[in-house]
Write a protein that binds this ligand. Structure first.
Ligand code: TYM
Length: 326
């Protein structure tokens, strides 16, 4: 039986953080064993906000290195750069013609990113259509993402179905997969909002490239509450619950077991231990990261694009044909 196909991606902008790792990349690593996997560095998405060309170029390499250092094996999975395959943008244009303004106005991420502002770029508004294109271009079965991207994958499903209904069966309708535990890692400085690379303070997140000692200090400074009890209560104790979540995912241990171990102990002990876990995780991650050369990554990206180009070409051809564009 043919393996099912997975597609996902990360934007090469800002610092990649524990939220991106625990919410997305960690589950990709597990999935690559069972699925035919395609992981993209979505540079065309990154340019929906202003980027410095030199930094963007470096960022693409950095993200691909992060995939590999996290455990994505280029022998098992395809890693490629979005702009290397022109069909992403071409299919997005076609999908624009079946997308309604009202579909995009509903997107909560657009609203959060300043959707009210008249001067905002059209690309930012249209970005979920490009994301739909990324996904359906490869006949994707499953899209593993964090909670904040779920609505975009649901739009991809709707657009694929709408197109199929209008023109005839063309696209596979993808499923979304959100890991229950890491779906929404919260900011360390404000656990009521998600950890975000665009946060105003670097105390909000732990970047995968953070100095391990400094990262440990961020954990010690993380906002909790003052009842001093270590237990998981998302609504009442968002700070402690978030730290428990991170602890559990990094140490691969259940929250219940962790809570039991810290019974009667204070936040100091708990944070000190978590700080050490985060520090050790980063030391080991960065050792792998630093062992990969830029040259090697460029080769991996080029090979990745070569490998999947035929799938993109085929889908795009099929789409043009059914619409009368060939
Ligand atoms: P991006 O680059 O913002 O985030 C990459 C992945 O990280 C997840 N994530 C989180 N998960 C848990 N907690 C958090 N605090 C957190 N912050 C981010 C995101 O949900 C995402 O899975 N549009 C996408 C990239 C994209 C894509 C695609 C994804 C473009 N085309 C096609 C899947 C399929 C984005 O901006 O993700």
């Amino acid at each position: 039986m043919n393996k099912k196909r997975v597609f996902s991606g990360v934007q090469p902008s800002g610092d990649l953080h524990l939220g991106n790792y625990l919410g997305a990349i960690k589950q990709w690593v597990e999935m690559q064993e069972k699925y035919e996997s395609i992981f993209c560095v979505v540079d065309l998405h990154a340019i929906t906000i202003k980027q410095n060309p030199e930094e963007l170029r470096k960022k693409v390499i950095e993200i691909a290195k992060i995939y590999i250092a996290s455990g994505i094996d280029p022998k098992k999975s395809v890693i490629f750069q979005q702009s290397d395959i022109s069909e992403h943008a071409e299919l997005a244009w076609i999908l624009n013609t079946v997308t309604r303004m009202s579909d995009l106005y509903k997107m909560t991420q657009f609203k959060d990113k300043g959707g009210e502002n008249e001067n905002i770029g059209v690309g930012l508004f249209d970005y979920p259509v490009l994301m739909t294109s990324d996904i359906i271009l490869y006949d994707t079965d499953v899209v593993p993402v964090g909670e904040d991207q779920k609505q975009h994958v649901e739009l991809a499903r709707d657009l694929a179905k709408r197109f199929n209904h209008q023109f005839g069966e063309t696209f596979k309708v993808p499923d979304v997969r959100v890991n229950k535990e890491g779906a929404r890692i919260m900011g360390l400085d404000d656990p009521t909002k998600k950890m975000s690379k665009s946060a105003s303070s670097t105390l909000n997140y732990i970047a995968l490239t953070d100095d391990p000692e400094k990262a440990a200090k961020k954990i010690m400074k993380a906002v909790t509450d003052n009842d001093g009890i270590i237990k998981y209560e998302k609504e009442k104790k968002p700070g402690v619950s978030n730290l428990l979540n991170v602890y559990s995912l990094l140490n691969e241990e259940s929250i219940a077991d962790i809570v039991k171990r810290y019974e009667g102990k204070g936040y100091g002990d708990f944070k000190k231990d978590l700080a050490e876990i985060v520090k050790q995780f980063l030391i080991s991650f960065q050792e792998k990261y630093n062992a990969i050369s830029d040259e090697e990554v460029r080769g991996i990206l080029t090979n990745g694009a070569k490998k999947i180009k035929p799938i993109a070409t085929e889908t795009y051809k099929r789409t043009k044909k059914i619409m009368g564009l060939n």
